[in-house]
Design a protein around this ligand. Structure first.
Ligand SMILES: Nc1ncnc2c1ncn2[C@@H]1O[C@H](COP(=O)(O)OP(=O)(O)OP(=O)(O)O)[C@@H](O)[C@H]1O
Ligand SMILES: [Mg+2]
Length: 399
């Protein structure tokens, strides 16, 4: 049997159906490459879990590197300082790319360390200062420090013959608001001297990201937000067929249709089902995957999915489980495919027979773990497609 080319839970070998998004990314990279200037406002992709945000960003990073960019990657996490991490990653990226070498490397490292201290942690007081500061006054110290560092890094890359600096920020919804405020302010200022800053910043996060960023800085809405959709039938088919074709294995049309029906364009399910069908078929070069293989693989794929839901459910305390069960009971039918229904916080508390304040602890813990997210004013939803239904079943079974 050939090695299984499908990648449930990992960056896919073939990024299917994302031509429009990649073209937005390429435009930005091209602008930096051609003019040595900042590529416009922050570009942020948002979608629920498992739709392919990280995969898209990784592909963007790969292309940026192919086009002579030095790249740095950072993933935000709740209650963890973002900026010092970001600064360290940028510092490290320049060293690895040998943009700074010899004696220059020592000076660079010292500068990075200094800025790292200036921007945090924890950055809480800083943020309050930033959001109060009128846009015209001198920028607060952390903003200026970050701005200078990004400027220096990007121009150093350019001077060394590179295209510029490309920064990727994943899980942006989880950034602490003060940190996001500093980042947005720094980018805003760099945009004022656009031609001096060969830089692009691309981010991704859950659907709450636009709201979070807009709260972090008044001009957060100047960011370009792009919602990532489920894959359409062509994209789904490509995700299934292409990785196999490269190994000389084909998919029967009915097998493709069977996977499409179960996955409904959700990339994580597609990978799970394709992986399982491949395991069932154990193909060699020239073989074909059939609908019978898909059927045979189905229990294994469902077991995996169930395991993912179960891990989240079991890791929750009794109170958190009560909270989730109340959410699932309140939820109506899913409106948007791939996005779970939104539920009013107050209704969840009422259903639990408590005040809103009394349920703030389990709610915050579930937000921290990325199991639920804010969904507009006073609303919440599960981040993982299909989880509402799973919780309903668990609650009904009294598990
Ligand atoms: N365009 C695509 N083509 C094929 N497979 C994809 C595509 N996008 C994502 N996948 C697959 O879907 C799964 C989830 O992708 P990814 O981790 O990028 O999603 P995500 O939106 O970042 O999720 P999370 O919010 O949990 O971090 C992975 O198994 C990946 O291989
Ligand atoms: Mg991700």
């Amino acid at each position: 049997m050939l090695t299984n080319p499908y990648t449930p839970g990992q960056v896919p070998r073939i990024l299917a159906g994302r031509a429009p998004e990649l073209s937005l990314i390429r435009d930005r990279l091209a602008r930096v490459e051609a003019y040595g200037e900042l590529s416009g406002p922050l570009l942020v992709f948002h979608a629920p879990r498992g739709i392919g945000k990280t995969s898209l960003l990784r592909e963007a990073q790969r292309e940026a590197e192919e086009h002579g960019f030095v790249t740095a990657w950072v993933a935000c996490a709740r209650r963890q300082p973002l900026l010092s991490e970001l600064v360290d990653r940028v510092g490290h990226a320049l060293e690895v790319a040998e943009v700074v070498t010899g004696r220059g490397a020592g000076g660079w490292r010292a500068q990075v360390q200094k800025v790292s201290l200036q921007v945090g942690p924890p950055g809480v007081q800083i943020g309050a200062e930033v959001s109060r500061a009128p846009e015209t006054s001198r920028p607060p110290a952390p903003v200026a420090a970050l701005e200078d560092l990004l400027h220096d890094a990007a121009t150093k890359v350019r001077k060394r013959g590179g295209s510029g600096l490309a920064l990727f920020v994943d899980e942006l919804h989880a950034a602490m608001r003060p940190d996001a405020a500093v980042l947005l302010n720094a980018l805003q200022n760099l945009d004022g001297r656009r031609e001096d800053n060969p830089l692009t910043v691309i981010g991704a996060g859950l659907p709450s990201t636009p709201e979070e960023l807009t709260k972090a800085a008044t001009f957060g809405e100047r960011t370009s937000f792009v919602g990532l959709r489920l894959l359409d039938d062509r994209g789904s088919k490509q995700a299934l067929v292409e990785p196999a074709r490269l190994l000389g294995v084909s998919w029967d049309d009915r097998a493709v249709a069977a996977v499409e029906r179960s996955a409904r364009g959700y990339p994580y399910f597609l990978q799970l089902l394709a992986h399982a069908a491949w395991q069932a078929a154990r193909p060699d070069e020239g073989h074909k995957i059939t609908a019978a293989h898909v059927r045979k693989g189905l229990p294994a794929a469902e077991e995996q999915l169930e395991a993912m839901y179960r891990a989240r459910w079991r890791a929750a305390t009794a109170l958190e489980q009560d909270f989730m069960a109340a959410m699932a009971a309140e939820a109506g039918a899913t409106t948007e495919p791939g996005e779970e229904p939104a539920v009013a916080r107050s209704a969840v508390a009422t259903r639990m027979g408590r005040t809103s304040r009394a349920v703030s602890m389990p709610r915050d813990r579930l937000l921290d773990k990325g199991i639920v997210e804010p969904a507009g004013h006073g609303l919440l939803r599960f981040t993982l497609p299909g989880f509402t239904e799973y919780v309903r079943t668990q609650a009904a079974a009294g598990a």
